[in-house]
Ligand binder design. Structure first.
Ligand code: ADP
Length: 170
């Protein structure tokens, strides 16, 4: 799989699927979640509500992923995943990497070959950005998937520069 780093807004990415750093309620939130629902329109929330009513009454568990339509966005699907809230007292990095691998597994089920990811857990959920980038790159590099292109979308120049550094460091 080809891994690409880009600076920008995930809602404008022209790929088969974009990943949402959702919360377990699937009913929308701030950050990238808010931006996706705002620009994608009500069709996404409608499908999220239906998923809550059927498969995920207790919420979508952390580290898991599920797809909906992308509404008015240029992508075909939104893959919602729930990152772990950062904790110093407990290493949840395996759960964070699972967000990337479960999203790729859902992309495989959909037949999506290009997927764009935000930096999961690195906003409100408090994950230190450098380690969030490291975990994202590790999960994507190690993944077994039919997806041909994974794009990590860094929001702002600072995160993009940091990601470039971490990627070249190996
Ligand atoms: P979480 O709750 O998983 O921490 P957030 O949405 O708060 O999710 O933040 C995750 C990352 O997404 C942060 O790095 C934040 O800067 C970034 N982000 C926020 N809005 C956008 C956007 N429109 N496109 C891409 N990334 C975004």
């Amino acid at each position: 799989m080809h891994i690409e780093l880009v600076e920008g807004d995930i809602t404008t990415q022209r790929v088969d699927a974009i990943v949402n750093a959702a919360n377990s309620s699937l009913l929308g939130g701030g950050g990238v979640d808010g931006a996706i629902h705002r620009k994608g329109g009500p069709a996404i929330l409608e499908e999220c509500r239906a998923l809550r009513a059927s498969r995920y009454g207790g919420g979508l568990p952390t580290g898991r992923a599920v797809a909906t339509t992308a509404g008015n966005l240029p992508a075909r699907w939104v893959i919602h995943t729930v990152g772990p809230v950062y904790r110093e007292a407990e290493d949840l990095s395996g759960v964070l990497r699972a967000c990337y691998t479960s999203s790729l597994a859902v992309a495989d089920e959909l037949g999506a070959t290009s997927v764009a990811f935000p930096l999961i857990s690195a906003g409100v959920y408090g994950w230190p950005p450098d380690d969030a980038i490291f975990q994202a790159l590790t999960a994507l590099r190690d993944a077994t998937t039919q997806v041909e292109s994974a794009r990590l979308v860094l929001f702002g120049e600072h995160l993009y520069t940091l990601a470039k550094e971490i990627a070249t460091r190996g």
